[in-house]
Design a protein around this ligand. Structure first.
Ligand code: GLN
Length: 447
């Protein structure tokens, strides 16, 4: 089969998967076919030749609608590509579709989607959520038969959660390792583009293509990587097991024992403040990022009636979801004069202390491991009963490494009640070599 035929097959498969699992916002039929023609003519093949890439809908794709999962951007078509898309195309990869997500990344289940946009279903049980916010990416990665890789994004756990709930591998790199140019911001100091694949090597392949400093993003960086060494000593943070379902805990300890590495349980009391600090920092940044969507330069365009304030309020009331409004209110509150010291600045100090404590731990341990999520993928009707604060608390395993900008990997470790559960491996900043190496080690023992 040549690239044109394989592309047609991949489009058919994408459509079939979407029908079953609702995991795409846009399927790039025309664009993928055009790319396949170009690739057939060109001599250069590249590292991703023959691979089909699904892209989380917060990542801008030239000429292809990019919604960030929000109704306020439902008709946005970017005139430019994110750097990661240019890199993928330069290596012969074909963008096959844009995957579903919680609006702007605000969620843990991929059920907070903008009005009119699809809610993805878990491939292991369609009555359950995929995890979020990169839910479409997780479901698609599990369901594709082959040659598919996913671009996802994490602010506080959006790659690990869906990877764990859908039973695939998710990579969140060191903060700054991948350019954020062209990523629609949730919280700039936390956002990281990462990848998903069916196994560590697949996810690594796509990651290596997108890694590296980019002059369009001043916060991106390339750092010489130390060669990977064998993992000898791993740490288990006791506080990160609080609130984890008993069956998942059991699966976790089974996995640790199988690894054969020396491990030590350690206490890291500040971890208990990570969820609270994260939601303060993330919403503070989000509320400021979302201020630009009011239907003039950005966001749904409607005829202007009334004053500026009336138009501003009417567009935002109509198109923002409850969760978007909640985060704007919370984020605005915590950075308001008078409350800033009490909440926002305190949260920043806690984040700094957590970073320092992690740095000390990596002097003693090669890697830290935790369960990826404290529960298995919940049913849709269970989710509607949860209060926002109960949902936020479920990010307790994923927030600490995200807050500290550390690279981490989620790998399927076993099943609980027939649903996949994941193991989360955390390494020191810029030690992706070690992360992938250890990931492969873990994968081979847990298979
Ligand atoms: N669940 C977290 C939140 O809602 C993380 C989401 C993400 O990483 N985008 O903020």
């Amino acid at each position: 089969m040549d690239i044109i035929e394989t592309t047609e097959k991949a489009i058919e498969e994408t459509e079939r998967i979407h029908k079953k699992l609702n995991c795409f916002i846009t399927i790039c039929v025309k664009e993928a076919k055009a790319r396949a023609k170009e690739l057939k003519m060109s001599k250069k093949k590249g590292r991703l030749f023959g691979k089909f890439i699904s892209v989380k809908d917060a990542i801008c794709t030239r000429g292809i609608r990019t919604t960030a999962g929000s109704a306020i951007l439902a008709n946005y078509v970017p005139p430019f590509n994110a750097t990661v898309i240019d890199k993928i195309e330069a290596e012969g990869g074909i963008v096959i579709g844009k995957t579903t997500m919680d609006d702007f990344g605000f969620g843990t289940f991929c059920t907070n989607v903008g009005k009119g946009l699809p809610v993805p279903k878990n491939p292991h049980d369609i009555g359950r959520a995929t995890g979020g916010s990169s839910g479409g990416a997780g479901a698609a990665t599990f369901e594709f038969s082959k040659d598919h890789l996913a671009l996802a994004e994490s602010t506080g756990g959006s790659i690990t959660a869906p990877a764990a709930f859908c039973g695939v591998v998710g990579v969140t790199p060191t903060y700054g390792k991948v350019s954020r140019y062209g990523l629609i911001d949730y919280a700039n100091s936390l956002d990281k583009i990462g990848t998903m694949g069916k196994n560590v090597s697949e996810a690594e392949m796509l990651s290596r293509v997108i890694f590296g400093k980019d002059k369009q993003d001043e916060t991106s960086w390339t750092q010489e990587e130390k060669p990977a060494k064998k993992i000898k000593k791993i740490g288990v943070i006791k506080e990160m097991l609080n609130g984890v379902d008993e069956k998942i805990k059991k699966a976790f300890w089974n996995a640790i024992n199988k690894l054969g590495a020396e491990y030590e349980e350690i206490s890291f009391p500040l971890i208990d403040y990570s969820v609270a600090s994260y939601y303060i920092i993330a919403t503070a940044e989000a509320s400021s990022n979302l201020a630009r969507y009011y239907g003039m330069r950005y966001g749904a365009q409607e005829d202007i009636s009334g004053s500026f304030s009336e138009h501003f309020a009417s567009i935002r009331s109509k198109y923002f979801s409850d969760e978007e409004k909640r985060r704007i209110i919370l984020g605005t509150f915590v950075r308001t004069a008078g409350y800033k010291d009490k909440y926002y600045l305190k949260a920043l100090r806690i984040r700094e202390k957590i970073k320092q404590e992690f740095a000390l731990l990596f002097k003693r341990f090669d890697s830290l491991v935790t369960p990826a999520m404290p529960i298995i993928a919940p049913k849709f009707d269970e989710i509607t009963k949860l209060k926002p604060i109960e949902v936020y608390a479920l990010d307790s395993c994923t927030i600490p490494p995200n807050l500290a900008g550390l690279p981490h990997l989620s790998i399927p470790m076993s099943k609980v009640n027939n649903m996949p559960v994941g193991l989360q491996i955390i390494c020191n900043s810029w030690e992706e070599n070690m992360l992938f190496e250890f990931g492969r080690q873990v994968e081979s023992v847990l298979k």
